[in-house]
Write a protein that binds this ligand. Structure first.
Ligand code: FAD
Length: 391
């Protein structure tokens, strides 16, 4: 068996939640070890659209919801971190867009009265016109209204790379996890045959939390998966667009984000209602046809004749909710030394870390003396899916 290790906090899962938490804990002097079984960010985080929501989307229902309130402070916290004066130093992370937009084709704006009346968006939404429009919408044929939201969009691969830097030597590539018990108490985990003792263990493994809980003989907290069928399109004619396009319903008809491919072209990544229930039921060819039809209808001037298309199936992992309702905040459950959670959104990674730190504060968990870590096998950062699928 490899040499055993001890640390203050053992974190399982190197997506945005685990990496953000790890960086905050290290900053506060905690010894940490973060175990990643595949690639850093490779499950949901690098497949996300990178929008740092402030809750405006959820105010589309017209009613103020818990989500709109809890998430409202996230853009400010992320902006400060990106500027180097926030809770983490994220200078160097690529900001793809300083704003996200709401785009209402045709006459739908009339339905937005209650949206603009809601507290979640009041004073934080401005209509934009002319050359203030997102480049992809600057066309004489464009009809409709566009509103600038005080939200931002990040290049997630560069975020994960930065968080991995902030992790220093605390990362371990490891696959097999078993409980380490003493006198019937969980005191750590055995990772690929190596015993790791810790004051606290945090499971932040996204969809992997369920299997980890099972390996520890636990069935709670229960998890749900929300399947999505996303679409990617790459074409020389595409210009950057970061927008929720409104349909009649409470959810955006389509959410477009734009990502730089290694060959210099833009990839549009399409989510929103398109990627949900009906989209999940479609096969890849049907889903591409549906996406192409949406784009041709909404943006008929864009030349898609040489476009490359692909789809990506990915599940969101969240705490179980009745009726697959979207949870409002980061979620954290506790059981003795074990903490388990899901941020439920990339944007809410800071909230997830806050919740863990609040538990440590309450329980008097403090940094302690630990021997330095030996050189450990280090996980790599995930590549964006479009490089693989549209490369
Ligand atoms: P993950 O990113 O899934 O990371 C979990 C990690 O744990 C993985 O790296 C995995 O390999 C690892 N792991 C699993 N099992 C084990 C194990 N046994 N041992 C060790 N490691 C393990 N949110 C937003 O705020 N804005 C958006 O625009 C947005 N867009 C999205 C678009 C899509 C298509 C999807 C799917 C999600 C989107 N989200 C968005 C949600 C967001 O991506 C997730 O809430 C967030 O990334 C979850 O982070 P995480 O660290 O909990 O999980």
């Amino acid at each position: 068996m490899a040499e055993s290790l001890s640390t203050d906090v053992l974190i399982l899962g190197g997506g945005v939640a685990g990496l953000w938490l790890n960086a905050r804990l290290r900053q506060q002097g905690f010894a940490t070890l973060l175990v990643e079984k595949a690639s850093l960010g490779g499950e949901q985080s690098v497949k996300s659209q990178g929008i740092i929501h402030g809750g405006a989307k959820y105010a589309l229902h017209g009613a103020l919801t818990g989500a709109s309130e809890a998430i409202a402070d996230m853009p400010r916290r992320w902006r400060e971190a990106l500027a180097g004066n926030g809770e983490l130093d994220l200078r160097g992370v690529r900001l793809l867009s300083d704003a996200h937009y709401l785009w209402s084709p045709g006459t739908l704006a009339g339905n937005l009265t209650s949206f603009f009346a809601s507290k979640a968006v009041r004073g934080r939404v401005d209509q934009v016109k002319g050359d203030a429009l997102p480049p992809a919408l600057q066309h004489p044929k464009f009809k409709g209204k566009v509103y600038r939201l005080a939200e931002l969009v990040l290049d997630v691969p560069s975020l994960i790379t930065r968080l991995a830097e902030l992790a220093g030597d605390s990362l371990l590539a490891g696959r097999e996890v078993a409980p380490l018990r003493e006198d019937g108490q969980l005191v750590g985990l055995v990772i690929d045959g190596r015993a790791v003792r810790a004051q606290r263990i945090v499971l932040s493994a996204g969809a992997g939390n369920q299997a980890l809980l099972e390996a520890l003989g636990l069935s709670q907290p229960a998890m749900q998966r929300r399947p999505l069928h996303m679409v990617m399109v790459k074409a020389p004619s595409l210009k950057p667009l970061y927008a929720h396009c409104l349909g009649g319903g409470p959810k955006p008809r389509i959410t477009v984000t734009s990502h730089p491919a290694a060959d210099g072209q833009w990839v549009w990544y399409l989510g929103g209602d398109l990627a949900e229930a009906d989209g999940v039921a479609r096969n890849e060819a049907e889903q591409i046809a549906a996406a192409e039809q949406e784009l041709r209808q909404l943006l008929p001037w864009i030349d898609l004749s040489t476009a490359q298309w692909a789809t990506l199936r990915v599940d969101r992992a969240e705490p179980a909710q009745s009726g697959l309702v979207r949870p409002d905040n980061a979620f954290l459950a506790e059981q003795d030394r074990l903490l388990v959670g899901w941020p439920t959104k990339l944007a809410l990674a800071p909230d997830f870390a806050d919740r863990v730190l609040a538990v440590f504060e309450r329980d008097g968990v403090r940094p302690s003396a630990n021997p330095p870590l030996p050189a450990l096998p280090r996980p790599t950062v995930a590549q964006p899916a479009w490089e693989e699928l549209l490369g």
